[in-house]
Design a binder for this molecule. Structure first.
Ligand code: GLN
Ligand code: ZN
Length: 759
């Protein structure tokens, strides 16, 4: 039996987000392209050296990117939409980043969620043109590791089936042609890797864990048959993750050298498949044993025993002990954390620690040496100590949870009646304009916050600063002519952290960053105890803003499901239970806002969709408790109080029922980046509550023209009525610059005024 340890991928951002800083400096022209390329190379090599020093046996290359790995592949295959006017041989960085972020006069490619993670990828667009291999950067990374470090690594690439499933711009007919064009390019990439000495190629096919039709299965069989014929020398490790492998009976027989299965998130299904169908004896089995999605220390005895069980069931001669998915979804190392509660720190495991766990499980199973081992018992004790922590034994929270009754989940009267009462009470103009909540967090805002955190300025000086920034933006909004204002969220770094810091049960790391999209990183809090509201969290800022204007200022909260889905969550109680604890805390906050006279309260749920299980058959269960948590938080308000919510990329088509079930008086939603697709789906699925379709893309610095917005507004009017129609950008504006924000909003208001005149 041959056992080796490997990871599917490793975080590329570095201990201190050096990667992010480097990319952003390049965007700002603060460093030259040459320097940028060199720094990126250094960080790739450092990541390999680090993993090697931790004892990992097979190292991976190609898990690195300059922005996003789907975009890397698209540009590698020459899949550049015509609007970028690319004519060269290799796709230069200017074109690459224009596709990622948009540029003057050209919109960015669509961006959407990577499976059920909080990572977002760039959606490749197929326009029917010929494809070509512009540059095999995976080969470059492989050669680089070989030449610089003398390592034979395992190159990784997102597989053709997943790539095509996630791309857009084709229909059932042109899909076949797209794949036909693509496969020779994959074959070329593989051949070049083999020629350069690659022993294994990891081909990531997470789409194989989704529900597959009979046609999909046939297609996958065709793809891998063709690749095996064209590059017989390539040893492919077909890597799946996030769930069990679908159509296991057929797909486990694909002509590949190995198959990687997720024994964390797809444990039940993969075990059942192994039991029922066995595993091909001539293939290597990738055993995804250590959770690549959570931050908790593994119970090593359990992991070793489970691995043993998988080995017995599969009867393989060779296996890889690996993370359940790429470690890019977890922070780099717990070593950077110096201020956390020791009991908590001791129960944590980030990428580096998970790699050590992988090597430990590998060696324990290899030598059958886990019983009685010291690190094995330490791992158990660490988890047990956290289970006994007082933060998990909050009596008030337990009491509140026990008092929840069915009527706490619904507003007393239906939307139509509330709509009439709110119209009467609020007197808003037709097509009210508003924004999603945050305004630009300028360097000054960030610097001042950092100074305050470092205690260089006092609490009151910081509060004064936030107040003055809020006042300045209230004035700007008044001048622009927006109808419902916001305070601007200057006191918040991020929409979850801010609340987590004020609620009990959360812990905050110093450097536990993960990428959300492009260079944008988030530092999810850790919900490790019972969640409790202790004092108002947002009332002061909103109240202060309200005093400065005669317009309404919206209260601004993050919803329970989003707080849950954007945190690392304790795993000793169900997610539903944690969501309800958060909802009860927000219910108290909403009461406090109402008591302060705030008439419109927005409870953002951009991550509602993110929590969806990958398989549709499991959606209903999640949605029922997730929607209930939102309603538990929001339904205690007066009938006249208008509850807003906001979602980003929500793909209305299959989501309209749960959105309606939230029963929010108004929802604002992303539209601009999916280029009118939302409008189409609204045509098929009429929606009757208040709705603001995002009229421009805030992810790009580009200022939309009045005409452009005008067109979107007119198109939207075909599907939503005047009574329900709100006008807003498609997300918060905190990452934008002041100038472009003001210019864009002015155009938005101008287009709205034009619309009002025409009516
Ligand atoms: N209110 C938040 C903001 O404007 C919403 C952000 C989001 O949807 N991601 O920043
Ligand atoms: Zn948003």
């Amino acid at each position: 039996m041959n056992l080796v340890s490997t990871a599917i991928g490793y975080p590329y951002i570095g201990d201190n987000r050096e990667w992010k800083r480097c990319v952003e400096s390049f965007w700002k022209d603060a460093i030259s392209e040459e320097k940028f390329i060199l720094e990126m190379k250094a960080s790739r090599l450092n990541n390999l050296k680090r993993q090697q020093s931790l004892g990992l046996e097979i190292l991976t290359v190609g898990d690195f990117t300059f922005y996003d790995r789907m975009l890397d592949l698209a540009t590698m295959f020459g899949l550049v939409p015509a609007r970028y006017e690319w004519t060269g041989k290799e796709v230069d960085l200017t074109t690459y980043y224009a596709m990622a972020r948009g540029a003057n006069h050209v919109v960015a490619c669509e961006m959407t969620k990577w499976f059920n993670t909080n990572y977002h990828y760039i959606v490749p667009e197929y326009e029917g043109k010929p494809l070509k291999l512009t540059k095999n950067y995976i080969l470059d990374y492989f050669v680089e590791a070989k030449e610089e470090l003398g390592l034979i690594t395992k190159p990784t690439i997102i597989g053709p089936f997943t790539f095509v499933q996630l791309a857009k711009g084709y229909d059932a007919k042109s899909k076949a042609l797209f794949i036909l064009k693509l496969l020779p390019l994959y074959a070329q990439v593989f051949q070049q890797l083999v020629d350069a000495g690659a022993q294994w190629i990891q081909v990531e096919e997470p789409a194989l864990v989704l529900s597959l039709t009979a046609d999909d299965v046939k297609l996958v069989q065709e793809i891998y048959k063709q690749l095996a014929e064209e590059v017989p020398a390539a040893q492919i490790m077909l890597q799946t993750y996030f769930e069990g492998l679908s159509a296991y009976e057929e797909l486990s027989q694909l002509p590949v050298a190995g198959i990687g299965l997720d024994f964390v998130h797809g444990e039940e299904e993969n075990m059942a498949s192994l039991r029922k169908h066995g595993f091909p004896k001539d293939k290597v089995l990738g055993i995804g044993m250590v959770n690549g999605r959570d931050i908790w220390r593994a119970n090593l005895a359990e992991k070793a025993m489970n691995t043993q069980a998988v080995l017995l069931l599969s009867g393989v001669k060779e296996a890889w002990i690996q993370s359940s998915c790429s470690l890019q979804h977890v922070p780099v190392t717990t070593k950077s954390e110096t201020k956390l509660d020791a009991t908590l720190t001791n129960a944590l495991s980030f990428a580096d620690e998970k790699i050590v766990e992988l090597t430990q499980v590998t060696s324990y199973v290899r030598d059958e040496a886990w019983p009685g081992n010291k690190s094995v018992s330490q791992s158990m004790l660490a988890t047990e100590a956290l289970a006994q922590h007082k933060v998990r034994k909050n009596a008030r929270v337990k009491e509140l949870v026990s008092q929840v009754k069915p009527e706490h989940f619904t507003r007393p009267i239906a939307f139509k009646e509330r709509q009439a009462l709110q119209k009467e009470a609020l007197h808003l103009p037709d097509y009210p304009t508003t924004t999603i909540g945050s305004f630009p967090q300028s360097d000054l805002v960030k610097r001042t916050r950092t100074a305050w955190r470092k205690k260089e300025i006092t609490d009151s000086a910081y509060a004064e600063f936030v107040k003055s920034e809020t006042a300045r933006w209230i004035k700007i909004q008044d001048e622009i002519g927006l109808d419902v204002l916001v305070h601007g969220e200057f006191e918040r770094t991020d929409m979850v952290e801010y609340f987590g810091e004020k609620l009990r049960g959360f812990a905050f790391t110093e450097k536990a960053w993960v990428v959300s999209y492009g260079s944008r990183c988030v530092k999810p809090p850790i919900i490790y105890g019972d969640v409790e509201w202790t004092a108002p969290m947002t009332v002061k800022e909103v109240e202060e803003a309200q005093q400065l204007t005669s317009k309404y200022v919206k209260g601004m909260l993050t919803g329970p499901v989003t707080i849950l889905n954007w945190s690392f969550v304790r795993d000793d109680i169900s997610r539903e239970q944690v969501a309800n604890q958060i909802a009860l805390a927000l219910r108290e906050e909403i009461q406090a806002l109402e008591d302060a006279g705030i008439a419109i309260i927005q409870v953002d749920e951009p991550a509602l969709r993110e929590g969806l299980p990958l398989r549709k058959e499991n959606w209903a269960e999640y949605l029922s408790w997730a929607v209930n948590a939102f309603k538990l938080a929001t339904s205690s308000v007066k009938n006249e109080t208008q509850i807003h919510t906001h979602m980003c990329y929500c793909e209305f088509n299959d989501f309209i029922e749960p959105i309606r079930a939230l029963d929010a008086d108004v929802i604002s939603i992303e539209t601009s980046r999916s280029h009118g697709e939302l409008i189409q789906s609204l045509k098929q699925n009429p929606y009757e509550l208040g709705i603001g379709l995002g009229v421009y893309d805030i992810h790009s610095p580009r200022v939309p023209s009045v005409e452009e917005i005008d067109t979107i507004l007119k198109d939207s009017l075909e599907i939503i009525s005047k009574e329900q129609f709100w006008v807003n950008p498609d997300c918060g504006l905190k990452t934008r610059h002041e100038e472009e924000t003001i210019a864009s909003l002015k155009n938005m208001v101008a287009a709205t005024k034009k619309l009002r005149q025409q009516q």
